[in-house]
Design a protein. Structure first.
Length: 209
């Protein structure tokens, strides 16, 4: 069973076909396993191009996607299966009702751009800390009140957008983000003196406040 699930989770068409054959031989319901692993109901609801194709074609298409737009969908949660989209480079989740994102998102090591603007987070989701390839992170107007130090793990980050939140302080060690070119802190609760001092520690970064 675990071997079959592994084939399905791989997202590759050849493996999916092989898993389907195994299911027939073992008397298992392939579509039930697919739904358990990939949560295709979620993806078909929000991605029109998946609605009229087979499960195998839908998974293979999802697996090969490099860019997914799920903005303005009134989402309160995102499927855990998003962590299976290993080829994803651009993910847009703006203007939803998200209070958190799945921990599985930490598997997206090829992700370069993540937009989470206009949601209702209290703090920056810890799982973001593992996105080591991330270059642009948008968390503006997202109700963020606590900016955890996890942000300082994103050493390839070039553009960090945090304007229009309720952030009262600058995270420690943010000056270790040596690739950072743009830092947007306007309309928060951070004292001007702290922002002025930050400019000394990040002289190559354009800080907007």
């Amino acid at each position: 069973m675990e071997a079959i699930k592994g084939l399905i989770a791989s997202g590759q068409k050849s493996n999916l076909l092989l898993a389907q054959q195994f299911c027939i031989c073992e008397g298992l319901d392939f579509d039930v396993l697919v739904e358990e692993i990939w949560d295709l109901d979620f993806w078909r609801t929000h991605l029109f191009k998946l609605r009229k194709i087979t499960n195998i074609e839908a998974i293979n298409l999802l697996f090969t996607q490099k860019e997914i737009h799920l903005s303005f969908r009134k989402l309160s949660k995102v499927s855990n299966s998003i962590g299976l989209l290993n080829n994803l480079k651009f993910l847009f989740l703006d203007n939803n009702k998200l209070v958190d994102i799945p921990k599985s998102i930490s598997n997206l090591q090829n992700l370069q751009v993540l937009f989470l603007n206009n949601n209702i987070f209290d703090t920056i989701p810890e799982s973001i800390a593992y996105l080591q390839g991330l270059k642009i992170l948008g968390l503006s107007e997202a109700n963020v009140q606590d900016i955890s130090d996890c942000i300082t793990n994103l050493h390839k980050l070039e553009d960090l957008r945090l304007f229009y939140n309720k952030i009262p302080y600058i995270p420690q060690n943010i000056d270790t983000l040596r690739c950072l070119k743009y830092l947007y802190f306007s309309e928060n609760l951070i004292p001007i003196e702290e922002l002025e001092d930050l400019k000394k520690h990040l002289p190559e970064t354009k800080i907007l406040y």
